[in-house]
Structures are given as structure tokens and as C-alpha cells.
Design a protein around this ligand. Structure first.
Ligand SMILES: [Zn+2]
Length: 161
């Protein structure tokens, strides 16, 4: 596997395979051909067009995860990270919630999750895209998800200002 392989103009494979968990636990986190193909689809259909739209770097904090890496990361047993269909992303040139709104309003995706206000999880599943949009938060020490509601979420924002 050539880690310097480009998946898009601004994205290389190594951004999607490097993992502190894998390194620290000496776990192989190399995707197979099918998983690399899925990462390419994710970049070409979603992340690169998004990068072109926002015109500033998007950081991939977690991309492909082997089964072991996903387990240690506390990911769902059905996590699309294991198929190379999902990435966690962050941005520094604008508030994260602005990036979240841009994706929700103007892009197609399978799942989009605003995770604890710290990063965004996005996935691409081609024709099976569900456009499911969620907000993750903690309640009584447990991770909860609720549906994103553009109108309510904007209103709450106004009321708390
Ligand atoms: Zn994720």
C-alpha cells in the first residue's frame, strides 16, 4: 500500500489510515483494496467537494479503522469506519457548527453526526445514502443521539445569545 497515494486533490491515503491507537498497540491498520476504494468514494463525492467549497484545510482525525482499532476506539460494532466509508473531521478556519450546517444543507451523505461539539462524523454509502443527521451528547454519563432539527437548533442558538 502506498500511503502517499492521493485519494483526491487535497487528501492522501495516510490521513485516513494513521491512528494513534494502532501505533501505540502495534496493530496493523492497513485497509484492503475494497476499503481503499470506499475511502476514495468518500473523498471524491463528499470530502473533496466540501474542501473546495470551504476553501481551507479539513483535518481527518479518524478515517479507516481495522476491527481491533475500532474496538479500542470504542466505536460501534457496525461502524462504517471499518469499511472505509466514514471519517471524523475537524476544521480551524470556521466554527465547527458552521461546517456541520454547510454539509447538512448542501451535501449528500449517508450519516452526519455532530459529536459533542468536538468533531464531525460523516459517511458515504453511494446509492444507499440515508442522509441521517444526528447530534451526539452525553446524558447521565451515557452517549445519546438525537435528530438534528435545522429550525429548532437555529432557534435555540438565538435564544441563548
Ligand atoms: Zn466517526
Amino acid at each position: 500500500m502506498n500511503k502517499n497515494q492521493k485519494l483526491g486533490k487535497n487528501f492522501s491515503l495516510k490521513e485516513f489510515t494513521r491512528s494513534q491507537i494502532a501505533r501505540r498497540n502495534n496493530i496493523d491498520n492497513t485497509p484492503d483494496e475494497k476499503q481503499i476504494e470506499n475511502l476514495k468514494e468518500l473523498v471524491q463525492n463528499l470530502l473533496q467537494p466540501l474542501r473546495d467549497r470551504v476553501k481551507c484545510p479539513i483535518t481527518v482525525t479518524s478515517g479507516y479503522r481495522s476491527f481491533r482499532v475500532n474496538f479500542l476506539a470504542g466505536g460501534s460494532i457496525h461502524s462504517q469506519h471499518m469499511e472505509g466509508k466514514a471519517a471524523d473531521i475537524d476544521i480551524t478556519c470556521m466554527p465547527l457548527e458552521n461546517l456541520f450546517r454547510i454539509i447538512a444543507e448542501d451535501f449528500d451523505y449517508d450519516q452526519l453526526i455532530y459529536e459533542f461539539g468536538e468533531w464531525i462524523h460523516v459517511s458515504w454509502n453511494g446509492k444507499k445514502n440515508r442522509k441521517s443527521t444526528l447530534i451526539a451528547f452525553f446524558e447521565h454519563g451515557k452517549i445519546k443521539y438525537r435528530k438534528y432539527n435545522p429550525e429548532n437548533d437555529k432557534q435555540q442558538k438565538r435564544e441563548t445569545k
